[in-house]
Design a protein around this ligand. Structure first.
Ligand code: GLU
Length: 487
């Protein structure tokens, strides 16, 4: 960054819905850059649209950011509280001659727009009120006639160096004299944003691509107000996996939805960080928040749209699930196990070491907390159900499997010690004696013990279950296989 001022960045959501993942991505990029450069990350709630803004939405924004770990500096700014300054800034521009009063009514404008459409012309305000003699303006104001304030767009071109897109230029002739203050003296978006960004001393405005067409108007306002220009960075769109703009059609788009689905905030942050940014070269995708702060730079902002792939988010979650300190994982899983009816918090507390071992073994095969819960059943309930696919695959020939399982049970029952090396040696001997590969013993055994085709290592499973439950479970499987064999 060439600018010597410490960066002041902001996230400026309109509280008119939930916190969208796109908004969260914008917030995250601003936050990461502020944290990396020792600058500030400010939060402004753009609640000027009273009809659409809700307290629930404001709360969802606070909660979403807090859940993601994106803390903001300074007090939250509520745009609606700055109305007097918005008016004062407008008055300043009126006094300086940068804006003028326009008395055209909405109906008149609509009629002229319709006429232009009939002529197949693009409608642009024709500046007729800018040509009114000053005396007439005064008379109409004195008579209480309503007016809006319009910005007089100068001739020329408006250009900026966008940190994402490079140089962007708009010919000013394509920009109509836009309204900055309505007839009820409330500000239009572009004016409120610029007035607030100046007051908050924002030095870099980073926001979604959808705001690019607002930027030339905003630059003109900065110039008219005599304020230094911030830098601009417009982040590319986020698409669904079908290449279309991400919307509810693609599934959950609210940050809160992912929180409730059991996604870890660090996984969500990691995933969002890679939507439109890359550290460059070969890099490790799984990063902690600290690593992200360290690596993040405006140089890595990408121009092309990114793809929100929920499968990748799940994968990312699995990666973070495996890395999480076990003490942090426990309180996330315990309530889910209790809710599933498998156990009680008391039981887990009295079998703490066992529980931690179980979690450690299951989490490496899980993407979501739900996956852990689904795999955990066999370690808590005795009446396990055999997954039909597991049965079809590993118990295909009951008459072959049954005697092997019986021999397995007898071998295990006779072991002097219940430890993996001892189990392994004995079962490998058994396989040799029976003239079969190890898999012929271990795979059917896995189904007998867990009902599933996937589980932690079979010896770890037996240690978790303990000798008694292991032997009882094999015996039940033998009964089941006998029924299958005689069917
Ligand atoms: N309130 C605007 C929005 O939610 C953002 C304003 C800005 O970042 O300039 O789209």
């Amino acid at each position: 960054m060439t600018d010597a001022r410490p960066l002041r960045l902001r996230f400026a959501p309109s509280p008119t819905g939930y916190l969208h993942v796109g908004g969260a991505r914008t917030a995250l990029f601003n936050w990461l850059l502020a944290r990396r450069t020792g600058g500030q990350f400010l939060l402004r709630i753009e609640d000027t649209d009273k009809a659409r803004s809700t307290d629930d939405s404001t709360r969802a924004i606070f909660e979403g950011l807090t859940w993601l770990g994106l803390d903001w500096d300074e007090e939250v700014v509520f745009q609606g509280a700055n109305l007097e300054r918005h008016r004062a800034d407008a008055a300043k521009m009126l006094a300086a001659g940068a804006v003028y009063r326009c008395f055209c009514t909405t109906d008149e404008l609509a009629a002229r727009r319709a006429e232009a459409e009939l002529r197949k012309e693009a409608f642009k305000y024709d500046r007729r009120c800018d040509r009114l003699p000053p005396a007439e303006v005064e008379r109409r104001v004195a008579a209480g006639e309503p007016f809006v304030l319009r910005f007089r767009v100068p001739a020329g071109e408006t250009t900026w160096h966008d940190l994402v897109h490079g140089q962007i230029s708009f010919p000013n002739k394509d920009i109509e004299d836009f309204v900055i203050l309505r007839s009820d003296a409330t500000p239009i978006y572009n004016h409120a944003v610029v007035s607030d960004d100046i007051a908050m001393a924002v030095t870099l405005v980073m926001r979604g691509d959808d705001h690019i067409s607002n930027t030339p108007k905003q630059i003109l306002l900065y110039e008219a107000l005599g304020a230094p220009l911030p830098q601009f960075a417009h982040l590319p769109m986020i698409h669904g996996t079908d290449g279309k703009k991400l919307s509810k059609r693609h599934g959950a788009t609210a940050v809160g939805d992912y929180q409730h689905l059991g996604i870890l905030p660090q996984a969500m942050v990691n995933f969002l960080a890679l939507l439109g940014w890359s550290p460059g070269g070969e890099f490790e995708e799984v990063m902690t928040l600290d690593q992200l702060i360290h690596a993040f730079s405006e140089d890595g902002l990408l121009r092309k749209a990114s793809v929100f792939d929920p499968k990748k988010l799940e994968w990312m979650n699995g990666q973070h699930l495996s890395q999480l300190p076990i003490a942090e994982l426990e309180p996330r899983v315990t309530p889910a196990l209790v809710a599933a009816g498998y156990t009680t918090a008391e039981h887990l507390a009295t079998h703490h070491d066992w529980y931690r071992t179980l979690l450690d073994l299951l989490r490496v095969r899980s993407r979501l907390i739900d996956d852990i819960v689904r795999q955990a059943g066999p370690y808590f309930v005795d009446a396990i159900t055999y997954d039909p696919e597991a049965v079809a695959k590993q118990w295909k020939e009951p008459a072959v499997v049954l005697p092997l399982l019986t021999a397995t049970r007898e071998t295990l029952a006779a072991l002097p010690e219940w430890t993996p090396p001892v189990m392994e040696e004995a079962l490998r001997h058994l396989a040799e004696a029976k003239g079969v590969g190890g898999g012929k013993i271990f795979q059917p055994l896995r189904v007998a013990l867990t009902g599933l085709t996937v589980s932690p290592g079979i010896f770890d499973v037996m240690v978790l279950l303990g000798r008694e439950r292991t032997l009882a479970r094999i015996a039940s499987a033998e009964d089941h296989l006998e029924t299958l064999a005689s069917a």
